[in-house]
Design a protein around this ligand. Structure first.
Ligand code: SF4
Ligand code: SF4
Length: 356
């Protein structure tokens, strides 16, 4: 018997390997255009063919269109993200069993909890920390900055589609929200679909504050360029469109930029714009350290003799800061040296490693 063959791609590949370790797997490096000859050759080498992919049956339909018999949506769920748990259900169904509601990830007990958080050294952390000190509603949208919605920062009240950070801020204000509404939007998303909402705020005499989290790239989808970076999508030099100029062209009078790593200055600027009775645009500008492939500054460390174990530094949600049995430490392989933790430590226990 030639056994089961699985055609898959991206993250679904990892799950499929765990759930069907005995299967032959064809992992497509990208899902279009299809390597038809390779798919045909692979299909001939297996008895039963399963396509494991998230959401629309894009690969499955193509395989069937080639005249190759396969299964996919018969067993693999078509809504929401896949996981090892969900595919274990698929496996049981394929083997003739019944699906259960019970989650059965065999590794659940062994793995430490690892909540989704912003990267160490992420410039957005400073803005979300500053916003966490204000009694405002924060509307957001889709980007790596969506991670600001999770604890401990917990500073995004809505996430909808791209551009909704701006348009929902305006909508909430017009719907009568008593608190000031702040919209956050990434630089790439701003160019994609934030500008129209900004125009509406000015046109309809709104008062919202919009913060563009400008990390100089389209970080979440793989660091692509965009109209503000000065490079075309294929990397050639081109015009760098100014977010501030667009804000002014929309009719916003209060336009300013901040350095999100300078926490006091950023908080002061945000406070001032929140108090203004007109719309404002803040551009929080610092490049994504992952794209730059370098630390923001010197790595930090915690002086054990100074630390009061108040755990305030944990409220930044930086994965480099660890608290184990009341002892705080900075993981030196993770710290990107942004210095935010040093700025909020009330005991001055966090210092540059270079100064130790
Ligand atoms: S904020 Fe400072 S004093 Fe408080 S736990 Fe962290 S390092 Fe220690
Ligand atoms: S440990 Fe401190 S300096 Fe290092 S990345 Fe985290 S917040 Fe920044």
């Amino acid at each position: 018997s030639k056994g089961l063959g699985i055609i898959t791609s991206s993250i679904a590949y990892q799950y499929a390997r765990e759930v069907w370790p005995e299967a032959s797997v064809l992992k497509l490096g990208f899902s279009y255009p299809f390597p038809d000859a390779l798919i045909r050759e692979f299909a001939q080498g297996v008895d039963r063919l399963l396509v494991v992919e998230e959401l629309d049956p894009f690969i499955e339909e193509h395989v069937k269109a080639l005249g190759i018999s396969c299964q996919g949506r018969d067993f693999v769920p078509g809504i929401m993200e896949l996981s090892v748990d969900r595919l274990l259900q698929s496996r049981r169904l394929m083997d003739g069993g019944e699906a259960t509601r019970k989650e059965e990830d065999p590794y659940r007990e062994l793995l430490p909890p690892r909540p989704p958080v912003l990267c160490p050294g992420c410039p957005h952390r400073g803005v979300f920390y500053a916003l966490s000190r204000e009694d405002v509603v924060v509307t957001g949208d889709i980007g790596c900055y969506s991670l600001g919605a999770f604890p401990p920062l917990d500073r995004m009240d809505s996430i909808l589609c791209m551009g909704a950070g701006v348009s929902m801020a305006h909508g909430m204000e017009k719907a009568g929200e008593k608190r000031k509404v702040v919209g956050v939007v990434g630089d790439s998303t701003f160019f994609h679909s934030g500008i129209t909402g900004l125009l509406d705020i000015v046109y309809n005499k709104g008062h919202s504050t919009i913060i563009v989290l400008d990390n100089r790239t389209t970080a979440m989808t793989g660091h692509q360029d965009h109209p503000g970076t000065g490079r075309t999508i294929s990397g050639e030099p081109t015009v760098a469109v100014s977010i501030e100029d667009i804000g002014r062209a929309c009719g916003i009078n209060r336009v300013r930029s901040i350095d999100p790593y300078q926490l006091d200055d950023a908080r002061e600027a945000i406070k001032e714009e929140l108090a203004a009775l007109e719309p404002s645009l803040i551009v929080s500008r610092a490049p994504c350290p992952l794209r730059e492939r370098r630390r923001v500054g010197a790595m930090r460390t915690i002086l054990a003799e100074e630390c009061r174990a108040c755990e305030l530094c944990l409220s930044l949600g930086c994965p480099a800061i660890e608290g184990v049995d009341g002892v705080m430490k900075i993981n030196q392989t993770l710290c990107a040296g942004c210095g935010l933790c040093e700025q909020i430590c009330p005991a001055r226990a966090i210092v540059s490693r270079e100064g130790v």
